[in-house]
Design a binder for this molecule. Structure first.
Ligand SMILES: *Cc1c(COP(=O)(O)O)cnc(C)c1O
Length: 372
């Protein structure tokens, strides 16, 4: 079986270094909020090109706490509206609801799967305070257009960069394109910990300070609590391992791009629609291919056919957020573009250790597929 993503293999590559890092932390006697976190935060901020990175417990918390920090700083209040793509992974929307803010769902551009900037202005009301673009599947949302609208209407922009570490436009990376950005280091993400972890990047010192307090009971200084914070910390062992994996991220992204290039150039089947090919656009979006997502009207058949021939595929995502029971109040609303995307998408294997001859095998199988 060619697995969708072989995480064991991914981490085996760095086994010796990871063990060394864990041993260093074990022997240090210091496990939360120390040198390892400080070092990783500095290196991750440098990677993204931002002034600050603040480690937290996971990607969802990165988004929740950023919106919460803006509330604490008086920039948002309960009931304010946040514009978010209707086809995102539900975490982006949960972060909005968790802050008593109102998610306003906008349909994506069906070619890029990302927020359609031409639909944003019509959704802006006097309660709109934030745009939350999601760089889905590793491809940047249309940030230059989004930032222009945000400037015009005086809105904050929170990037959801959980799937797009290293994606860039005009040499600026995900995490350095809005006012703040949430990252996830869930094990399967392009930069993955060996457990849960996340971070926020920003160039805003006031926001960074508030986030550092919020993640640690609202405390800047030991036993002094400025705000009613939470416990959402990135521990020393995960930070030490992430710092090692960060040093290989560019190399891993190059391998993902090589696989994507092969799929794009060689899959040729009228029943399979390939993702928009902008892999060579130097001036514009540099895709990091967290997922290689194709579309087909014959998804169940294609998935079964590939599985029968030893290829594991996944669906990102089978149910749109507005059809989830968690958001029952939206179940009768209609977002036809999202609904079609959710019915047709399928993710082919891609990852830093996927062998190119396996990629060729998958290409061959895709080209042989005939549902009729
Ligand atoms: C993974 C993911 C998150 C949440 O990250 P966790 O670390 O799992 O909490 C948020 N948004 C998107 C788009 C994601 O893919």
């Amino acid at each position: 079986m060619i697995p969708f993503l072989d995480l064991k293999n991914v981490n085996q590559q760095y086994r010796e270094q990871l063990i060394e890092a864990c041993t260093r932390v074990i022997d240090s006697g210091w496990y939360i909020g120390g040198k390892e976190l400080e070092k990783f935060e500095l290196n991750f901020a440098k990677f993204c090109g931002t002034k600050y990175a603040i480690g937290v417990a996971n990607g969802l918390d990165a988004l929740i706490l950023t919106l919460r920090a803006w509330k604490e700083l008086g920039k948002l209040k309960a009931g304010d509206e946040v514009i978010v793509p209707s086809n995102t992974y539900i975490a982006s929307i949960l972060a909005i609801s968790a802050n008593q803010l109102k998610p306003v769902l906008i349909e994506p551009d069906p070619d890029t799967f990302n927020l359609d900037p031409t639909k944003i202005e019509a959704a802006i009301t006097n309660k709109t305070k934030v745009i939350l673009p999601v760089h889905l599947y590793g491809q940047l949302a249309a940030m230059p257009e989004i930032m222009q609208i945000a400037d015009q209407y005086d809105l904050l922009v929170l990037e959801d960069s959980a799937q797009s570490h290293g994606a860039e436009v005009k040499s600026r990376k995900a995490g350095n394109l809005g006012h703040a950005s949430g990252f996830s280091f869930y094990p399967g993400k392009n930069l993955g910990a060996l457990g849960d972890a996340g971070a926020i990047t920003t160039n805003d010192l006031e926001l960074a300070n508030m986030l550092r307090a919020l993640r640690n009971y609202g405390s800047h200084e030991k036993y002094k609590n400025l705000v009613q914070g939470v416990n959402s910390r990135l521990d020393e062992i995960q930070a030490a391992m992430l710092d090692i994996k960060l040093s290989y991220l560019d190399q891993e992204i190059q391998h993902r791009r090589k696989i994507a290039r092969l799929y794009l150039d060689n899959i040729n089947n009228p029943f399979i629609k390939l993702p928009l090919n902008n892999i060579n656009a130097e001036e514009y979006q540099q895709h990091v291919w967290h997922l290689f997502v194709i579309r087909t009207e014959h998804r169940d058949l294609l998935q079964k056919y590939l599985s029968d021939h030893g290829v594991q595929t996944l669906i990102h995502y089978p149910i749109p957020p507005h059809k989830q029971q968690a958001y029952q109040e939206w179940n009768n609303q209609s977002y036809p573009i999202s609904e079609q995307i959710h019915a047709e998408v399928m993710s082919l294997p891609i990852g830093p250790t996927l062998q190119l001859d396996d990629v060729q095998k998958i290409i061959h199988l895709c080209n042989q597929f005939n549902p009729l």
